[in-house]
Design a protein around this ligand. Structure first.
Ligand SMILES: NC(=O)c1ccc[n+]([C@@H]2O[C@H](COP(=O)([O-])OP(=O)(O)OC[C@H]3O[C@@H](n4cnc5c(N)ncnc54)[C@H](O)[C@@H]3O)[C@@H](O)[C@H]2O)c1
Ligand SMILES: CC(C)[C@H](C(=O)O)[C@@H](O)C(=O)O
Ligand SMILES: [Mg+2]
Length: 380
């Protein structure tokens, strides 16, 4: 069956890494006999430049008629001083997350074995690898508070430029539904869940802690739950990340902690994500941004984008074998010493530091080798 994928490459390095993501999906389609029907559309600053809006109707239409959204990255200095509702972040990315109710953001932070030497921590702190899943609430909290509260006097004061205000709001059902996703994930893994909040200061965090505790106690008493303040969680991640298995946290804390977790895995260019609705519809994107400092240089790491494609296959279409094949091909490329500039260090062999497009080619090459082996095995 044809699978319709909305392809929104976005700004900066977005188009460069998306090209590699599609290259790999094309290879999968060929080998496993699928038809991926891509519809490309502009989003972010490039859409603003052409249509005067970062999320134009044409793009919404493409998303509405798709089975999944494959997203690159948006934003950049050129657009950061636009009115907030026209910036790529607040005018396109957040509305996409909100419109499709993509409340569950899965951000796996995994160290691929061969990258232990690129990680930010001493190898003894990472012995035996690292496999953390950050479950970030994505459509509530301080990012979406202003849509919920209209306190006229506050807004008037802010409009005059005297002060600025954001609202951190969480409701019980919002916390329960993300707790449910985190518990499901924990049950499939090591039944260990850390809930991160700031309950010593914030009311929304006090509610968060109570609701998560009640939810786990009444639905999954077999899960070992602990709570941690976000400042401590940042320190613990940076010093002893192996204590974590599944982390569940609110929107902004999850944003910050996932960038930190990415550094532990070697580079922010390694972390993919899936943003999912209850219906199963999802948007799949790397956790990093448009990297304006390296845009156009063909040196960005495309692996987070390619891994986001693997998550798309798994979560949107249930294609687990295909998703695994991508992960294995990436592992092979890394095992054989290939690195993009962000992952390279003095032990990287000459000739093995690859450009964005070369890394995409390498992953495809190892996918092919794998499939040839498979088909030989079948023939025997
Ligand atoms: N989902 C998204 O679209 C998204 C996510 C984060 C930031 N942004 C936007 O991106 C713009 C730039 O933000 P920023 O600089 O804070 O964060 P960033 O993630 O774009 O870049 C941070 C640093 O990481 C490096 N980096 C990022 N991705 C990389 C990759 N694949 N390979 C190698 N190096 C990589 C960059 O070169 C930069 O030095 C801003 O407009 C921001 O709002 C968008
Ligand atoms: C660009 C920005 C709105 C976004 C966020 O804060 O959620 C990004 O940092 C991310 O991690 O996806
Ligand atoms: Mg972020």
């Amino acid at each position: 069956m044809k699978k319709r994928i909305a392809v929104l490459a976005g700004d900066g390095i977005g188009p460069e890494i998306m090209k590699e993501g599609l290259k790999v999906l094309d290879a999968i389609a060929k080998q496993f006999n699928h038809i991926f029907d891509y519809k490309e559309a502009l989003v972010g600053g490039c859409a603003y430049d052409k249509y005067g809006h970062p999320l134009p109707d044409e793009t919404k239409e493409v998303c509405n008629n798709s089975d999944a959204i494959y997203f690159g990255a948006v934003g950049g200095p050129k657009w950061e001083n636009l009115p907030p509702e026209l910036t790529p972040e607040r005018g396109a990315l957040l509305p996409l997350r909100g419109t499709y109710n993509l409340f569950a953001n899965l951000r796996p932070a995994i160290i691929f074995g061969p990258l232990a030497d690129a990680a930010s921590l001493k190898s003894e702190r990472l012995e035996g690898g690292l496999d953390i899943l950050i479950v970030r609430e994505l459509t509530g909290g301080i990012y979406f508070g202003r849509n919920k509260v209209k306190t006229l006097t506050l807004h008037e004061g802010a409009l005059q430029g005297n002060y600025a205000v954001d609202y951190m709001i969480y409701s019980v059902p919002e916390i329960e539904r993300i707790a449910a996703v985190a518990c499901d994930a924990a049950m499939k893994r090591n039944k260990k869940l850390t809930s991160v909040d700031k309950a010593n200061v914030l009311e929304s965090s006090k509610l968060w802690r109570k609701v998560v505790t009640d939810y786990v106690q009444s639905h999954f008493p077999q899960i070992q739950l602990n709570h941690m303040y976000v400042d401590n969680a940042a320190m613990q991640l940076a010093t002893n990340p192996k204590q974590f298995d599944v982390i569940v946290t609110e929107n902004m804390f999850g944003d910050i902690l996932s960038d930190l977790a990415s550094a532990i895995t070697g580079s922010i260019g390694m972390l993919p994500s899936a943003s999912l609705a209850k219906t199963g519809f999802g948007l799949f994107e790397p956790i990093h941004g448009s990297a304006p400092d390296i845009a156009g240089l063909n040196k960005a790491n495309p692996l987070a984008q390619i891994l986001s494609g693997a998550m798309l296959l798994k979560y949107a279409f249930g294609l687990n074998r295909e998703s695994k094949a991508i992960e294995e091909a990436i592992m092979k490329a890394l095992e054989n010493g290939y690195r993009t500039a962000d992952l390279a260090n003095k032990t990287t062999q000459e000739g093995k530091i690859l450009l964005t497009s070369q890394m995409g080619d390498k992953v495809v090459e190892y996918l092919m080798v794998k499939s040839e082996t498979n088909s030989n095995e079948k023939m025997i």
